[in-house]
Design a protein around this ligand. Structure first.
Ligand SMILES: Nc1nc2c(ncn2[C@@H]2O[C@H](COP(=O)(O)OP(=O)(O)OP(=O)(O)O)[C@@H](O)[C@H]2O)c(=O)[nH]1
Length: 641
């Protein structure tokens, strides 16, 4: 490899390679040296329209060693040709010079390319080859022991952490968020809408609610029934769903079909992606996210939960149903990763959800037995407390959605229930949640959840929740990590066009002056003069959940934070912490077993928009997954680089 001439592809130009006139069969192997950060291998033509697909391999340590990327590390990118401009933006690079990644001052890349992800952030983890070790027998009895003590919610917000200013990655300026000043137009609109709200004419408070739980717990059924009982789904639609679902032998899923609209969801009777809908209670305008329960779709669930203020945790109360959802993973259950009641509760708390209403469903299958209700509750209470939920923030109720029991009103007819159940109805439990404080006077942070074409908003639109700050039509936003500035052409909040979106709003934003390829889930909209940083190296404080084998340096993981998802590695284990006494228990531990609290350094293959949790909670929470299960959750304590 040393003698081969490769090309330094300024990362942002990867998508502008002009291949016209090239013999595709003999297109040379393009690669970065040393770590083989990006390897362009085996290009092949896909059509005669001028577009072609390449296998763009993000090589990790294995690529460096063998000179070949493994199949697992390959990712597919569509490259767009820059017409007849030759090898625009590509400089010949000789391997006797320093690697682009070795240059301390290397800019984060040209900002004008069109691509799926900014390849400037494609820093490969300097990971050691993973060594498989035997599981430790010294793991804590309960996997979540220590999660409560991590005190995610109690971490003191410290102002004044480091932010990269104006996109200049070399100059770090320390600025406290309290110094941030909204631009005059946005500030005026914020003031006007606050005045309208306090005059009593304004809209109700907003609440983002996610419905979580093990597969088939009854989440979609509950939400479908609720939307009907609140008058949002007409009788005609209900009849149609009943008829159509019966036709394919899925009659019992007819209520779920209100939210599960995709053909594959209906055919399989399983929610695949987060379905979003809106309704109002007497207190709230609720944005409801129905998360999939199947373990294969946990990443989607994370995307929904990361936007939520509170959660309904659906728990199947039927005999065997609860046990399946609540089983711990362990040697005997290897491969299952445990029940999603556990994983969802752990993830919800680690993603910052503090309030939860536990809805025990399907109790009609055991005659609404009080004993069963109490038994399920008794098993869940210690677990949820260990997850970090405070008992006063947990509500307990039951519901039998297909029968319409305890949905909008407490049961008034069923004598069995009347005899013992005094809990709230589903709607009451939603109104019992405390409103979330919206941080408007802070720099804008909108993690993009969705990129789409819209006729009403202008051609390029993104959807996401405003985590903090505010933005107004006509203003400029910086899209990170692309580093491109776009103009806000139009805004829709709760499906209504409006001039302003503020912290707590779920909004769709029409953008102009930006390529759609610069926008992707996980990007963040922020003020031009107050960007969020982009890095591929972070220090985290984590609680280790249930890794199949202990975590060691070099462990390949998937990092999930807000709407972002990135492959990465555990680069270093710094310390284990004593969750009870506080302080460091051990420095440079060799491995981390379940239940331990630790500080670690993680690297992402590509740059992620994360911030210190102490500065911005929404961008400071991370879930670490491996092989389809969550192995650790934690908060960002330091953004490196
Ligand atoms: N008897 C009874 N059945 C219920 C109840 N709630 C849901 N079900 C049934 O449980 C099955 C699964 O319901 P879904 O609403 O699809 O479950 P889900 O949690 O949304 O499933 P995923 O989204 O795929 O995780 C359906 O057949 C429902 O009719 C209940 O309270 N009682």
């Amino acid at each position: 490899m040393r003698n081969r001439i490769g090309f330094l592809l300024p990362a942002f130009k990867v998508a502008q390679i002009n291949y016209s006139g090239w013999d595709m069969g003999s297109l040379p192997l393009l690669s970065f040296r040393r770590h083989c950060k990006l390897m362009l291998l085996r290009p092949f033509r896909m059509g005669n329209q001028g577009n072609c697909d390449f296998w763009l391999c993000c090589g990790g340590y294995s690529a460096k060693k063998s000179g070949r990327a493994t199949a697992a590390s390959q990712e597919r990118y569509t490259l767009r040709p820059a017409h007849d401009e030759g090898l625009q933006g590509i400089q010949v690079f000789r391997f006797d010079g320093p690697s682009p990644d070795d240059c301390a001052g290397t800019p984060k890349g040209d900002k004008k390319g069109t691509r799926d992800r900014p390849a400037s952030a494609a820093l490969t983890a300097p990971a050691a080859a993973p060594v498989v070790e035997e599981p430790s027998s010294s793991g804590a009895d309960d996997v979540t022991q220590g999660m409560g003590e991590l005190s995610i919610s109690d971490t003191k917000l410290q102002e004044g952490s480091q932010h990269s200013r104006g996109g200049d990655s070399q100059k770090q300026h320390t600025r406290a968020w309290s110094e941030y000043v909204l631009d005059p137009n946005t500030a005026r609109l914020v003031q006007e809408s606050s005045a309208e709200e306090s005059s009593g004419n304004g809209a109700k408070t907003k609440l983002h609610l996610v419905v979580l739980g093990h597969v088939d717990a009854g989440k979609s059924t509950l939400m479908g029934r609720l939307l009907h009982d609140l008058g949002y789904v007409g009788q005609k639609q209900v009849h149609k769903n009943e008829k159509d679902s019966a036709q394919i032998g899925k009659a019992s899923f007819s209520w779920a079909w209100v939210l599960d609209e995709r053909p594959e969801e209906r055919a399989r009777g399983v929610t695949v992606d987060v379905a979003m809908s809106r309704f109002q209670t007497s207190k709230y305008i609720v944005t409801l996210m129905d998360a999939p329960g199947h373990r294969d779709f946990v990443p989607h669930m994370i995307g929904g939960a990361s936007q939520a203020d509170a959660a309904l945790l659906l728990v199947d109360g039927s005999i065997g149903g609860f046990e399946a959802g609540f089983q711990a993973s362990g040697p005997g259950l290897r491969g299952t990763g445990g029940g999603q009641t556990r994983e969802h509760a752990q993830l919800a708390r680690s993603l910052g959800i503090e309030q939860v209403a536990v809805v025990i469903s399907k109790l009609d299958s055991c005659d609404f037995s009080q004993d069963r209700f109490e038994s399920v509750k008794a098993q869940l209470i210690p677990f949820l407390k260990q997850c970090g939920f405070k008992e006063r923030n947990i509500q307990w109720l039951l519901a039998a959605a297909p029968l319409g029991i305890n949905m909008t009103e407490r049961p008034s007819k069923d004598n069995t229930l009347l005899a013992w159940f005094q809990g709230p109805s589903v709607v009451e439990s939603i109104d019992n949640f405390m409103p979330i404080r919206r941080i408007v006077d802070a720099p804008l942070r909108v993690p993009i959840a969705d990129v789409f074409k819209s006729r009403t908003l202008g051609s390029t639109a993104v959807g996401g929740k405003v985590e903090c700050g505010a933005m107004a039509v006509g203003g400029k936003v910086l899209v990170m990590p692309a580093g491109e500035v776009a103009t806000i052409k139009s805004l829709e909040v709760d499906g209504q066009k409006c001039p302003l979106a503020r912290a707590g709003d779920s909004c769709d934003v029409g953008l102009s002056g930006i390529e759609e390829s610069s926008l992707f889930p996980g990007s963040v909209l922020c003020p031009v003069d107050w960007p969020t940083g982009v890095s591929s190296k972070f220090e985290l404080c984590v609680v280790v959940l249930e890794p199949p084998i202990p975590i060691i340096p070099g462990t390949a993981v998937e990092l999930h934070a807000h709407t972002a998802r990135e492959e990465g590695h555990i680069a270093r284990l710094l310390t284990t912490l004593d969750p009870k006494a506080g302080g460091v228990a051990k420095t440079n531990p060799r491995r981390l077993a379940k239940g331990e609290t630790a500080t670690v350094v993680v690297t992402a293959k590509r740059g992620m928009c994360l911030e210190q949790y102490a500065t911005c909670r929404a961008l400071g929470r991370v879930a670490v997954r491996q092989g389809g299960r969550t192995i650790a959750v934690g908060i960002v304590t330091k953004v490196e680089g």
